[in-house]
Write a protein that binds this ligand. Structure first.
Ligand SMILES: Cc1cc2nc3c(=O)[nH]c(=O)nc-3n(C[C@H](O)[C@H](O)[C@H](O)COP(=O)(O)OP(=O)(O)OC[C@H]3O[C@@H](n4cnc5c(N)ncnc54)[C@H](O)[C@@H]3O)c2cc1C
Length: 394
């Protein structure tokens, strides 16, 4: 270690990058974040479930996520004709992609968050890594954290053979203001995280904060994810080619999905989904698509570079743990760095950190793949089965 306060360069300034930055900053590191986008990030996603352990960890560093959150108190499944087939008490804690991003950026501040910096390389020297950015900027560090998502530049440089594997289905996602759906639909979805299964597809719906992060009734948006099977190859490639003719393999953003696909989706929603679920989808002004993938980088620490968030492992969304996994990894990394500052061996600490993260990611991957198979392949997803409940991370 070159300095008493470890100098940490974080590549990627989305959820994983910002969570890591906040945690390491609080634990005494000297942190900067370098984000490829030249502006504040917008509309990257819709809703996210937050696990209780993430709330606890954030609280321990003085961060209260409640103002950026919505809560539900029932776990509900609906069938044809909006019939409620399962309804039990369960606390659901949700954020919107934007509410969490704005909240984390506000706390970290923009003084050490550099926009418009794309990492193009990293050199590992005996005295520490040097990260290179487009435009010729090079920064030396004690540790580089790659939090640069599913197509991570760091992972491509360090583990070029590790790539996302398509799971055979995509997530159609969207948001609709709660006030725009009918009274009947609001009553069916009221205060619940609601699921519906239709053939070999399934769909969760839950409320997230609106743009102003207000938890007021009128400010909330209904977030939905309709998981639908799409064959790999020509069918998937056509779907993932946007209005501008560009093929985007991992995410087609709002406004880019071609109209004929939206027309088919809305027709099939009306025919296949319970009325409440169909209404939410049909009324969504903008839809976007994310193909569901599995990815596991092993190891997650190479020299003085580590991978965090989707750069390290992409787990199926059914486990509702992607962001929490990043948070746990960030805390664990912070504690490892504290031990290094107190004299522990840097390489050994990073190797054992990597082992713990790989083990957790493997569990989440297995659980998510099983849940996806039950819903999308076997059609054996039934409400209330304990093996299909979401994992609660600790
Ligand atoms: C359908 C769906 C539902 C989900 N639901 C949940 C849920 O309920 N709960 C949950 O916890 N998780 C959920 N997830 C997972 C969660 O969305 C992701 O795990 C999380 O958002 C990943 O964040 P990230 O910061 O790792 O990656 P990203 O958000 O992809 O961010 C990567 C950042 O790195 C930047 N970048 C890329 N390359 C470079 C470079 N070379 N130089 C500099 N910057 C770069 C990008 O611009 C971007 O800002 C869901 C995922 C999907 C697909």
């Amino acid at each position: 270690m070159k300095r008493r306060r470890p100098r940490v360069v974080i590549v990627g300034g989305s959820h994983a990058g910002l969570l890591t930055a906040l945690v390491l900053d609080t634990l005494g590191c000297d942190v900067t974040v370098h984000e490829r986008s030249s502006n504040k990030l917008v509309a990257r996603g819709a809703g996210l479930r937050i696990q209780p352990v993430m709330v606890d960890l954030l609280t321990s560093v003085g961060i209260d996520l409640a103002p950026a959150s919505t809560f539900t108190h029932r776990d509900r499944h609906i069938g044809p004709d909006n019939r409620i087939v399962h309804d039990v008490p369960e606390l659901g804690h949700f954020v919107s992609w934007g509410s969490l991003y704005r909240f984390l950026l506000e706390r970290f501040g923009v003084a050490r968050y550099h926009f418009g910096e794309t990492c193009v390389g990293v050199d590992q020297h005996a005295q520490g890594p040097v990260v290179r950015f487009s435009g010729g900027v090079a920064i030396d560090a004690d540790l580089v954290v790659f939090a640069d998502g599913i197509s991570s530049s760091g992972r491509r440089l360090l583990l070029p053979d590790v790539r996302p594997v398509y799971a055979g289905y995509v997530a159609w996602r969207g948001l609709v203001p709660e006030v725009e759906v009918s009274q009947e639909t609001r009553a069916v979805l009221d205060d619940a995280c609601t699921f519906t299964v239709a053939g070999l597809s399934h769909m969760p719906i839950y409320p997230v904060p609106g743009d102003d992060s207000a938890e007021s009734e009128t400010g909330r948006l209904l977030n939905f994810i309709w998981y639908r099977n799409v064959e790999a190859g020509a069918e998937l490639d056509a779907l993932m080619t946007g209005r501008d003719g560009v093929h985007r393999p991992y995410s087609l953003p709002p406004g880019m999905v071609r109209q004929p696909f939206i027309d088919v989706l809305k027709r099939e929603a009306a025919a296949q989904l319970p009325r409440a679920a169909a209404e939410v989808l049909v009324k969504a002004p903008l839809l976007f698509i994310q193909p569901i993938c599995d990815l596991l980088a092993e190891p997650m620490a190479m020299g003085r570079c580590v991978l965090i968030g989707d750069a390290a492992a992409v787990t199926r969304p059914h486990v509702g743990a992607g962001t929490t996994k990043a948070m746990l990894a960030a805390f664990d990394l912070g504690e490892a760095l504290q031990r290094v500052c107190a004299g522990a061996d840097f390489d050994a600490e990073l190797a054992s950190w990597s082992g713990r993260q790989v083990a957790l990611a493997r569990d989440l991957l297995e659980r998510g793949a099983m849940m996806g198979r039950r819903a999308q392949v076997e059609g054996t997803w039934k409400p209330g089965l304990p093996e299909l409940s979401r994992i609660t991370l600790t």
